[in-house]
Design a protein around this ligand. Structure first.
Ligand code: TXA
Ligand code: MG
Length: 337
């Protein structure tokens, strides 16, 4: 158990956060997408502690964060398309998967021993200041226990990880609210591994047609497991009615009759909805459980622009959980005995 300090994003707070990272401690920090849990990507022990605190499977690689495209491209081999995308979207909510360079100081565990590395230059002023002060690449997954809802405030981070990390750099609410888009540039055609803060439409305008996913088989982004972002209450998607025993995640004019309602955007604005998504899920989960509700009904959300990232997160939040799957296997197994 350590005391988790809450640092302000001023000169002193940034210097303290950078010093802690350089000393091998874990520090959560605000980015424009969600809060990340940072570790010095060149420090094996710090990276191991990061996987441990999140209970993250070791096969799920991390994104490395940099203060500039130049710094990022010293660790990965960037072709003309990567350069063009970086020029358009960095700093910002885009992650590029590229071949690792041989001589990078980033430890292999960061990219789960893959020959590739995911790199990103975030836009939020606090993150940029921290990365500049740290002067090392910072590996940072979202600052939540693996499989759970991502954090968009320092309060969310503390409710999950207080006492387990050295500090959180508190720069208020994340403005975008969903994670970066992850684009794999290692194949013939760019593959959108995860829809996120840069819309697929905007990416395609620069990169040309994107392949949706690796064909068949294992996910190319090993972290893109079916179940993720999961609140404790079960989710019911595309709800067109709702009962008093359910909480409602609304979009637009809310359905009547819910036990509790959180509206992502009364005016059906996808940007506003993305910014409020994880807060809404956390709120309905905790308040809903407190009042004994049975689940969360989610109104339909259009799959365009930022809506793609929102629908992706909600689909994973609604997917059967590992524990439930294990239970099903157990029950099926005993039925056969
Ligand atoms: O907005 C974001 O991207 C946030 C902030 C903190 O930057 N970070 C974030 O990290 O969402 P995380 O660990 O929650 O998600 C990273 C995703 C995972 O799905 C992971 O599997 C994928 O990126 N990824 C990382 N490295 C990869 C690689 N070398 N190849 C394929 N996928 C990779
Ligand atoms: Mg995450």
């Amino acid at each position: 158990m350590v005391e988790t300090g809450r640092l302000a994003p001023d000169r002193e707070g940034i210097a303290r956060a950078a010093a802690l990272l350089r000393a091998g401690y874990l520090v959560a920090f605000a980015t424009e997408t969600v809060y990340g849990l940072g570790a010095d990507a060149t420090n094996e022990a710090a990276v191991a502690a990061l996987f441990d605190v999140k209970a993250r499977p070791l096969f799920n690689p991390l994104i490395c964060h940099y203060a500039s495209a130049e710094a990022a491209f010293s660790d990965v081999a960037a072709g003309p398309l990567a350069e063009r995308l970086a020029q358009h979207f960095w700093p910002g909510p885009l992650t590029l998967v590229l071949p690792r360079r041989d001589r990078t100081r980033v430890v292999p565990a960061v990219s789960a021993h893959l020959p590739t590395l995911a790199v990103r230059v975030p836009a939020s002023p606090a993150a940029r200041a921290l990365l500049a002060a740290a002067r090392v690449p910072i590996a940072a997954p979202s600052a939540n226990p693996s499989g759970r809802v991502s954090p968009t405030t320092a309060g969310h981070v503390l409710s999950d990880l207080d006492g387990r990390i050295a500090a959180v750099l508190d720069a208020g609410s994340a403005t975008i609210g969903v994670e970066s888009s992850v684009l794999d540039l290692t194949g013939e055609q760019p593959v959108l591994l995860r829809p996120g803060g840069v819309t697929a439409e905007a990416l395609a305008a620069v990169a040309g047609p994107l392949a949706a996913r690796a064909p068949g088989g294992a996910p190319r982004a090993p972290g893109m497991l079916a179940s993720h972002y999961a609140p404790r209450l079960p989710l019911r998607l595309d709800a067109t009615d709702v009962g008093s025993e359910e909480a409602l995640l609304a979009f637009g004019a809310p359905l009547a009759g819910a036990g509790l309602t959180f509206n992502l955007s009364q005016g059906r604005d996808l940007t506003e909805a993305a910014a409020r998504l994880f807060h809404g899920l956390r709120f309905l989960d905790s308040e809903g459980r407190r009042s004994g509700l049975a689940g969360i009904a989610v109104m339909p959300i259009p799959e365009q622009g930022l809506g793609r990232a929102i629908v992706d997160r909600l689909a994973r939040a609604a997917a059967p959980r590992r524990a439930e799957l294990a239970e099903k296997v157990r029950v099926a197994g005993s039925g056969m005995a």
